[in-house]
Design a protein around this ligand. Structure first.
Ligand code: URA
Length: 209
């Protein structure tokens, strides 16, 4: 069985449809990416442990639950994953943020690291990797490898649109990593773009095309 959770909430689906639209400009696209990440975070953090504390309300003492001590980090993959960070930090302001940059070597087609800056206590944190598109899966697998090398034990991958190929690749290489996505599209084209997808997420966020 595949380790993937599709977040089919109507708000997520609606925002993804707006992101796909060729007429959606960069400002709106960025806002939608951030908002979609906020909504997806709700599901990706569903298993956070809680503890019961006593709180004085204006009426009486309430036994009420708060998140118990689990430390989180978000690791956006440059460039597109950046647009999701704001939406996540809004919900979990104590989380730290690392950054990973990876390019595909045109000769070998291998994913190559060009940037990695992680919180110094990353090994003690559960990490949620963010990237808008999970296409071939090469970048995601490389990012997970880098985090495992840094000592991280719990990793989730959050992407807005995934291809079946990308999910397969990540599941085969790292079966323990749960993938959260908003849509599994038809597949990849000859240039490894997701079909129908939303185009180049980085270009759409930063207006570079
Ligand atoms: N990266 C993108 O930005 N879009 C795709 O369709 C695939 C990879």
């Amino acid at each position: 069985m595949q380790n993937v959770k599709i977040i089919d909430h109507p708000l997520v689906q609606h925002k993804i449809s707006l992101m796909r639209d060729i007429n959606t400009g960069s400002k709106e696209f960025r806002e939608l990416a951030s908002e979609t990440a906020t909504l997806m975070c709700y599901e990706a953090t569903r298993d956070l442990p809680l503890k019961t504390v006593e709180i004085q309300t204006p009426i009486s003492i309430a036994k009420s639950r708060v998140i118990s001590g689990k430390k989180l980090a978000f690791v956006p993959v440059l460039r597109a994953g950046l647009a999701m960070t704001d939406g996540l930090i809004k919900l979990l302001p104590a989380a730290k943020v690392g950054h990973v940059g990876i390019f595909r070597d045109p000769d070998t087609s291998k994913a190559v690291e060009y940037y990695c800056k992680l919180p110094c206590d990353i090994a003690e944190r559960e990490v949620i990797i963010t990237d808008i598109m999970l296409a071939t899966g090469g970048t995601a697998v490389k990012t997970i490898d880098m985090l495992l090398e840094a000592g991280v034990k719990e990793i989730k991958l959050m992407c807005i649109i995934a291809s079946p190929e990308g999910i397969d690749t990540v599941n085969k290489a790292h079966p323990d990593v749960e993938i959260y996505c908003g849509s599994v599209d038809d597949g990849l084209n000859e240039k490894n773009y997701i079909v129908p997808g939303l185009g180049d997420a980085g270009d759409r966020i930063f207006g570079t095309k």
